[in-house]
Design a protein around this ligand. Structure first.
Ligand code: NAG
Ligand code: NAG
Ligand code: NAG
Ligand code: NAG
Ligand code: NAG
Ligand code: NAG
Ligand code: NAG
Length: 379
């Protein structure tokens, strides 16, 4: 409107200059009901495109010009503009067309075609509106923070119309985390908020998105150690797992003594969150209490394991085990049989006196016991 008002003020001056109208002769202004002034529909064009401006002429045109605000682009065939993007397309009795290539934001505004006929001046005005796709101009870089920090992510974008900006967390744990704003504030961040974040800038023309990684550091926690039983001369492995960002370094201790990789018959192998202490051939002196300490720059955690001896089963112990389980089975079979026998003799309707229960089961139990003993004696 401002520009328009300015042009309105300047147009009579321009036309006077252009057509060398004697100063005494009044030039009709746009507001004049007598003048033949036309306002065309706005032209909406995207940044970088070419726009054509066309106005109709007539039989008795003496002078004609295209103006950008108050400056003349073309006066008839004469190019006044020094802008190489502006050129003449057509000038004949019917039309006067120029084009502006590679349109930019600054080209937005009012353009006027002024036509002087033998009778009266005439103008055609058109508003060029330049649209610009969104462009994210200032964006938070990948970020590493400590758990508990207050984090603010930033995403500033330009574009026309003004883009709508929003943030969202992409990682699955980010359900619901986001904002419809240039800034995403995450107070007192937790490890669950670590992950990938996306900013999108959207307007009528296009969408631009950018993503960034947010890393949240936290001190290690170790999974409770489980004691491990190993037979003398066998291979033994203690495993220690830690959850930490950045990944933990591990240290192993036997009581208070640090164990390192050079030790005879021992290997420490770290892979990511896991550390393994391997004894290739467990000896008597290896049995004992081991502590795994997981450390990162934010802290440490530890857990202890006992490596204990397991006696390898011999052939005699094997037999003992078998006999014991056989006895167990036999007695359970006996019990069951006794119960069934009772039920058979007594039946649901039988009179229950104090002795019938015991005397009824006594004989078959004795019988079965003898059978079972005979079976056992075969071993
Ligand atoms: C043309 O654009 C101008 C400036 O943005 C605006 O004031 C006017 O309402 C628009 N006219 C139409 C018909 O859209
Ligand atoms: C129109 O005028 C504006 C303001 O003077 C200028 O920035 C722009 O480059 C001009 N555009 C053309 C096509 O002349
Ligand atoms: C981005 O924003 C920050 C903070 O507002 C500012 O210091 C920095 O200069 C901006 N960078 C650019 C490229 O605009
Ligand atoms: C985070 O912000 C809260 C509230 O503004 C403040 O009390 C707290 O000290 C801040 N924490 C850190 C680590 O800056
Ligand atoms: C384990 O160590 C014992 C004693 O040092 C040795 O006799 C045995 O051969 C070793 N076993 C293996 C598999 O290396
Ligand atoms: C093993 O050592 C750790 C640390 O010295 C100690 O806290 C833990 O009680 C010990 N465990 C056993 C079973 O002795
Ligand atoms: C193990 O952790 C306890 C606290 O949980 C701490 O008191 C102890 O000093 C730690 N031991 C080592 C060897 O880091």
């Amino acid at each position: 409107m401002e520009v328009y008002g300015c042009w309105k003020r300047l147009l009579p001056l321009c036309l006077r200059l252009l057509f060398l109208v004697p100063a005494g002769l009044p030039v009709r202004s746009q507001g004049d009901s007598q003048s033949d002034n036309k306002v065309m529909d706005n032209i909406t064009v995207r940044q970088g495109e070419t726009v054509f401006l066309s106005c109709s002429q007539g039989d008795v045109v003496t002078h004609t010009a295209w103006l950008n605000r108050s400056s003349i682009l073309y006066a008839g065939e004469d190019k006044w503009s020094v802008d190489p993007r502006v050129s003449l397309v057509t000038l004949n009795r019917d039309e006067f067309t120029i084009k502006i290539e590679n349109v930019d934001m600054s080209d937005e505004g009012l353009y006027v075609c002024a036509v002087q006929t033998s009778s009266k001046p005439r103008t055609t005005s058109v508003h060029i509106i330049v649209q610009v796709p969104p462009k994210i101009v200032n964006f938070s870089k990948d970020l590493v923070v400590n758990e508990g920090a207050n984090v603010t992510l930033m995403c500033l974008a330009s574009g026309k119309p003004e883009p709508a900006i929003s943030w969202k967390m992409l990682s699955p744990s980010g359900d619901g985390l986001g904002s419809d704003d240039e800034y995403l504030e995450i107070p007192s961040i937790t490890r669950q908020r670590a992950g990938e974040y996306e900013c999108s800038a959207v307007n009528d023309i296009a969408t631009e998105t950018k993503t960034m990684q947010l890393v949240v550091n936290y001190p290690p926690t170790v999974f409770e150690g489980r004691d491990v039983g190993v037979t003398l001369g066998q291979r033994g492995v203690l495993q220690c797992e830690a959850d930490a960002v950045p990944e933990a370094d591990f240290e192993w201790y036997r009581d208070d003594r640090r164990i390192s990789n050079g030790f005879d018959g021992i290997e420490i192998e770290d892979s990511g969150a896991l550390s393994k202490l391997t004894f290739f051939n467990v000896s008597e002196t290896d049995y004992g209490n081991y502590t795994c300490v997981a450390i990162n720059k934010l802290g440490s955690a530890n857990t202890s394991f006992v490596l204990y001896e397991v006696i390898e089963p011999t052939s005699s112990t094997l037999l003992q085990v078998d006999t014991a389980s056989l006895l167990e089975v036999t007695s359970s079979v006996l019990e069951q049989t006794a119960t069934e026998y009772n039920q058979f003799w007594e039946g649901p309707g039988a009179v229950q006196d104090g002795n019938s229960g015991t005397s009824g089961t006594y004989t078959p139990i004795c019988l079965l016991l003898i059978l079972a003993l005979q079976l056992l004696l075969k071993f």
